[in-house]
Design a protein around this ligand. Structure first.
Ligand SMILES: [Zn+2]
Length: 278
């Protein structure tokens, strides 16, 4: 009888122990499950973040070169006042670097150097207009005189090359004498005005100093601003042009010609324009 009771007590104890232990195991498992499941969620989250970050990095890696090709690092080289005896050397050097430029030419100079005008066009550069007299007192005398000069210039260019250009740069730039009424007349006749945002000062600086002048101005331009460089058909400019072209090449710049549809860069009056003689 006593043995039976002892046996039953052992059984109950064992049952209680089993219950307690198994309960503890279950709750431990639950906790572990919760932990592991929440851990998994966090891991997934952080993996998700990582994945999207990687995706962004990947996209940036892919997109940047495309952006460079499309809009980045374009430069417009422009040469005024030609053609003349220095133009052939400028064309040779541009050719060596496979670089393209836009030539704003004077009408009498075109008639003197028609072969150069043709070579400029055949080499794939842009042919553009700079007027006839290059005399501010004559060119800016009236809206009509400015228009007449550009039309004469346009006709001569077309007779020589067969190209009808509407790209113009007025003598000494559009500020201050090209008032709004001048601009309106030129615009109504289809002409597109171009100034510059980088003045090389190659007409006044000695030797190759203009090259460093251009480079430091390019480096100071705001991001996304395309350099439009003003230079002249001058033998000193030609002599140091390869230095500038080497710099542009090394820094990933692509030279492009100005085309009729290119968004023009020009100085806006902002109350700085006034009629000549006023
Ligand atoms: Zn000029």
């Amino acid at each position: 009888m006593l043995k039976k009771i002892q046996f039953m007590m052992v059984c109950v104890l064992a049952a209680v122990l089993f219950f307690v232990i198994s309960n503890k195991t279950i709750s431990t498992n639950w906790t572990q499950n919760e932990q592991s499941s929440s851990q998994t969620v966090e891991e997934n989250n952080s993996k998700g973040e990582q994945a999207s970050t990687e995706e962004i990095i990947d996209k940036e890696d892919v997109e940047e070169p495309i952006a460079d090709e499309d809009t980045g690092n374009i430069v417009y080289l422009t040469f005024d006042d030609g053609p003349n005896s220095a133009s052939a050397e400028i064309l040779d050097i541009l050719d060596q670097f496979n670089a393209k430029a836009t030539f704003f030419m004077l009408e009498p100079a075109m008639r003197t150097y028609p072969d150069i005008v043709n070579r400029i066009a055949e080499d794939g550069h842009a042919v553009a207009l700079h007027g006839v007299t290059h005399d501010k007192n004559k060119f800016y005398q009236s809206e009509q005189s400015a228009l007449d000069e550009m039309k004469t210039n346009q006709e001569t260019l077309e007779n020589i090359t067969g190209v009808r250009s509407y790209l113009i740069r007025t003598p000494y730039g559009s500020i201050p004498y090209l008032t709004d009424s001048f601009r309106e007349v030129l615009d109504n006749n289809g002409f597109t005005l171009w100034d510059w945002n980088i003045d090389s000062d190659d007409w006044s600086l000695a030797g190759g100093d203009y090259v460093q002048n251009v480079i430091s101005q390019i480096e100071q331009l705001d991001d996304g601003e395309t350099p439009v460089v003003l230079m002249h058909d001058k033998s000193e400019t030609a002599n140091h042009l390869s230095k500038l072209l080497s710099y542009l090449q090394e820094h990933g710049y692509q030279t492009k010609i100005i085309e009729e549809h290119t968004e023009p860069y020009y100085f806006k009056c902002h109350e700085r324009c006034y009629r000549l003689g006023n």
